[in-house]
Design a protein around this ligand. Structure first.
Ligand SMILES: Nc1ncnc2c1ncn2[C@@H]1O[C@H](COP(=O)(O)OP(=O)(O)O)[C@@H](O)[C@H]1O
Ligand SMILES: [Mg+2]
Length: 274
């Protein structure tokens, strides 16, 4: 099958999208449905946050979308490329050339300087960095005075900013960040979030970020709420306060059910009425 689902008449296609994406781990009694027929678009140049309780499928969604994990059913696309049609080699190339990652652990190489860490993926791929772009990333992330430092000579926040710069250096079409501020104090976390925000606004980057922190989600253009492997709600132009309110409502009333007879979720009048 090479036919693609419609992207509702707009082109180009969203930076990434899932169609009826399911991921099941294990078999029989030990089977876990980590993702349950998820449909979602990640538009270009937008910053999306994904929230939800522990075990709700946030990391799984990210890994399936990024080609780091296989899908059980349905499709995951980067641009118009459907990941399940790719063999391992093609998937590796796609990940290398079109996708950036930031993890909670910074995953820097201790023997390399900040700059060497930033350009490592391109060095491995034999690509010459676009000097102007690289300079722009380095200045935006505020690392110019630290480029010759090794990770042990940098704070946690600085190390994570190196990891962010590394993810952006190759100009990927989309960056996936899994709890990038999870190990950081709030001040360093804010530096990282400011950088991610600016990379969207000033460089047109597309970012998908998992977080459990309402103030981190407040930096995004849109927040998706996940529960039991399903997207149960969505908020546009979030603020930390509104995200917190929504989470409290979930705790009080339970998460909205999805499915044919589900109540309307999203930014409808009900959601805005507080
Ligand atoms: N490799 C795996 N093998 C088996 N179960 C897994 C694996 N990875 C995740 N799961 C399960 O899938 C569900 C979703 O996990 P995950 O995506 O990590 O959630 P989150 O990131 O929202 O905390 C959980 O029930 C988790 O235990
Ligand atoms: Mg996770």
């Amino acid at each position: 099958m090479t036919s693609l689902p419609s992207t509702d008449g707009h082109s180009p296609a969203p930076a990434a999208r899932a169609r009826s994406l399911s991921k099941i781990y294990g078999e029989g009694d030990t089977q876990v449905v980590a993702l349950d027929k998820v449909d979602v678009d990640f538009d270009r140049g937008r910053f999306t946050a994904i929230m939800g309780p522990s075990g709700s499928g946030k990391s799984t969604l990210m890994h399936c979308m990024a080609g780091l994990d296989s899908v059980t059913e349905g499709q995951a696309y980067i641009g118009d490329v459907e990941l399940t049609t790719l063999d391992d080699k093609a998937l590796t190339v796609l990940r290398r050339d079109r996708v950036g990652f930031v993890f909670q652990a910074y995953n820097l190489l201790p023997t390399l300087t900040a700059l060497e860490n930033i350009t490592l993926p391109m060095d491995i791929a034999g690509r010459t960095p676009d000097r102007e772009w690289l300079d722009h990333v380095i200045d935006t992330v505020g690392l110019r005075p630290r480029l010759t430092h090794r990770p042990t000579e940098l704070s946690g926040g600085q190390q994570q900013r190196v990891a962010c710069a590394r993810a952006l250096a190759g100009r990927p079409e989309i960056v996936f960040a899994d709890e990038p501020t999870g190990n950081l104090d709030s001040r360093s976390g804010a530096d990282v979030l400011d950088f991610l925000r600016r990379s969207v606004r000033e460089m047109g980057q597309t970012i998908v970020m998992v977080t459990h922190d309402p103030s981190a989600a407040g930096y995004a253009d849109r927040v998706l709420f996940l529960a039991d492997g399903r997207i149960v709600d969505e908020m546009h132009e979030p603020t930390a306060d509104r995200v917190l309110e929504r989470m409290k409502a979930f705790d009080r009333e339970g998460v909205p059910r999805t499915g044919p007879d589900a109540a309307v979720v999203g930014d409808g009048p009900r959601a805005e009425a507080h």
